[in-house]
Structure formats: structure tokens, C-alpha cells
Design a protein around this ligand. Structure first.
Ligand code: FES
Ligand SMILES: [Fe+2]
Length: 331
């Protein structure tokens, strides 16, 4: 392999390569940091113009740039001190300061943005911006990050689990539902503006968010992108609104990193860790199920598993992945 030529990522997918993937919490990027996405190692670093993502490889001798440092808003390679600016252009070669810089002296740079407390990267050419999470953009809401959750399962399985309303009473019994209230009201899934969105689905929840306050919650689920989804739930008074955007990043075959962006319009004086701890517990309950599912890849052939009416969202999600042509994590 030549260092001079970019190569497709180890987990190559014609759709996901052009999607935005969350790779780190923004608060964790105080120095050059190695992250992984679709089997590729990247370095994320900050300058005064924002965050940057490069292949974690110096063009000179293949050293990991993440071992370097930032100096004067340039990323400095740890081996021979070549300097790279935010676009990846080499600006200084200490061993020959008076000679022109070779035109091929560049770091391989990827689109990179900071939003909702996360660092987002695309390995290709994204046709849209970072997924939009409307509630978190609303100043009446308070937003926190949960995760990353590392799970040895395929990303589409993790997403479908999040979209599955009829497991709440069983996997999260006593928290997000109770078996006596398992019946799912009829609902439909609509495709609008390139997203999937459900009708309202009401679920009785003994402890919907960690506060221990039982309520009938009205859920609306949305599929924003192949690996980015959200639900918004509103209590029966119509006052407390709680929403989660779940994003999953495939790291390797059957290895996924998930972030949950939580936002709420109440309890601003409450300890955020109460909500984080609760979400950690919920995710660990889901993980037990995810690790047990076979096949590991989400079957897109609807004849491969048995579906019922309450699975309408999962059916729509599988059809949509198939139409889009997603290949990673699906069968
Ligand atoms: S390997 Fe990076 S400057 Fe030499
Ligand atoms: Fe769950």
C-alpha cells in the first residue's frame, strides 16, 4: 500500500462511507487523539479554526500523528517535526527549512465537525450536514451525552433495538414498561423529508428517565439516517419532554460504538449523572439481548424473521436500509 494514495476504509460501505459518524466526545479532544471508524484509524485535533480529522499516518515515515502535538495551530508529527495545517497541508519541514515543501507533503484530511457535544467525521463526501436533533437545538432543552457504549454487535442491530417499542416492557421491566401493559396501540410509519417517522405510541412507564415517576408517555420515533435515530417522549400532561438521539459508529466487524445524546426540558437543577446512570443501566439490559441475537447481521430479507404489526417501524427500517444499499452489519 502506498501512503501517497488514499484507500477505501477497511469496512467499506457505499452508503456509510458518505455518512457522518460520531467518533469522540468533544470534551475529550484536548490534544491529538486517535479514534477509529469503519476500520480506519484517524487523529482528531483542534486548532483555532475548529476540529480536524486526518488519517493517523504521517506521509513521511508512516508514524501515528496522534502521538504528536499541536503548536501554533498546526499538528506536529512526533518523529521529525513536520507541521501540518488544518487542511492537512505541510507547512514546515525542520530538516530542510530553506527548501520548497514537496507538493505531496500532505496529511489525508476528512470532513470533521463538532455538534451536540460530539465530534463527527465522514470518510467520504457527505451530501447532508451532521444529523439534526431538533430538541437539542431548542434553548428550552438541556442536553447531555451518554456513552460511548462499546458493544460486540452490528450497528443496525443496535439501532433496531432502540426503535423496538414492544421490548420496553420485557427487557426494561419496572423502568420503561411493565408486562401487564404490553399491548402496542396500532401505529403507522411515514416517510417525510428523507426520514421515517411514526405516529404517537403511548406506553405506560413506571420510571421513564431515572426519576422514578410513573407516567403514560407518548413516543414518536424518527429514523434520521441509516445509523442515527431518535425518539421524543412527552408525558401525559404534555409538559415534560425527553428525547434521545442514538448514533452508532461501526468500528470493526461486529464491533460498534454507540452514543446517546439525551435532552430534556425539565429538571435543569437535577444531577445529570442521575440520567446518565439510568441510561447506562438501560443500555446494559439491551446489550444482553444484542449479544444473543443470531444472525449477528440484521436480516433485510423480510422473510428471514417473523414480523407482526407492532414491528412496523423495524420493517420500515429494514426496507429503508435495503433501498439505500447499506451493506455493513446487514444480511
Ligand atoms: S514520520 Fe512524520 S515527520 Fe517524519
Ligand atoms: Fe432497550
Amino acid at each position: 500500500m502506498s501512503l501517497l494514495n488514499p484507500k477505501p476504509p477497511a469496512l467499506n460501505d457505499p452508503v456509510l462511507v458518505n455518512e457522518w459518524m460520531a467518533v469522540a466526545k468533544a470534551a475529550d479532544i484536548s490534544k491529538p487523539t486517535r479514534v477509529s471508524v469503519l476500520g480506519e484509524d484517524l487523529v482528531i485535533w483542534r486548532s483555532n479554526t475548529g476540529v480536524h480529522a486526518f488519517r493517523d499516518l504521517c506521509i513521511h515515515r508512516g508514524t501515528a500523528l496522534s502521538l504528536g502535538k499541536v503548536s501554533n495551530n498546526q499538528l506536529v508529527c512526533p518523529y521529525h517535526g513536520w507541521h501540518f495545517d488544518g487542511e492537512g497541508q505541510c507547512t514546515f519541514i525542520p530538516a530542510q527549512p530553506d527548501l520548497p515543501i514537496p507538493t505531496k507533503a500532505k496529511a489525508f484530511s476528512y470532513p470533521c465537525e463538532e455538534k451536540y457535544g460530539l465530534i463527527w467525521v465522514s470518510l467520504g463526501q457527505p451530501s447532508k450536514g451532521v444529523p439534526e436533533f431538533a430538541e437539542a437545538d431548542d434553548s428550552k432543552f438541556h442536553t447531555i451525552i451518554c456513552g460511548p457504549y462499546m458493544v460486540n454487535a452490528e450497528a443496525p442491530r443496535v439501532i433496531e433495538n432502540f426503535l423496538d417499542v414492544s421490548h420496553l416492557m420485557w427487557v426494561h421491566e419496572g423502568f420503561l414498561g411493565v408486562p401487564e401493559h404490553s399491548s402496542i396501540p396500532d401505529y403507522h410509519v411515514h416517510e417525510t423529508s428523507g426520514k421515517l417517522i411514526t405516529d404517537t405510541i403511548t406506553v405506560f412507564q413506571p420510571d421513564p428517565d431515572g426519576r422514578g415517576k410513573d407516567v403514560n408517555n407518548d413516543y414518536i420515533y424518527q429514523v434520521l439516517r441509516p445509523l442515527t435515530v431518535q425518539f421524543t417522549k412527552t408525558d401525559d400532561q404534555g409538559s415534560d419532554v425527553f428525547a434521545i438521539m442514538l448514533h452508532t459508529t461501526p468500528l470493526a466487524h461486529r464491533k460498534t460504538m454507540a452514543y446517546a445524546v439525551l435532552t430534556r426540558n425539565y429538571g435543569f437543577d437535577m444531577d445529570d449523572n442521575l440520567f446518565r446512570d439510568f441510561q447506562d443501566k438501560i443500555f446494559s439490559q439491551d446489550e444482553t439481548i444484542l449479544l444473543s441475537q443470531r444472525p449477528e447481521e440484521l436480516p433485510l430479507d423480510l422473510a428471514a424473521e417473523l414480523h407482526i404489526k407492532s414491528d412496523r417501524l423495524a420493517i420500515a427500517y429494514r426496507k429503508w436500509l435495503r433501498e439505500l444499499g447499506v451493506e455493513i452489519g446487514v444480511a
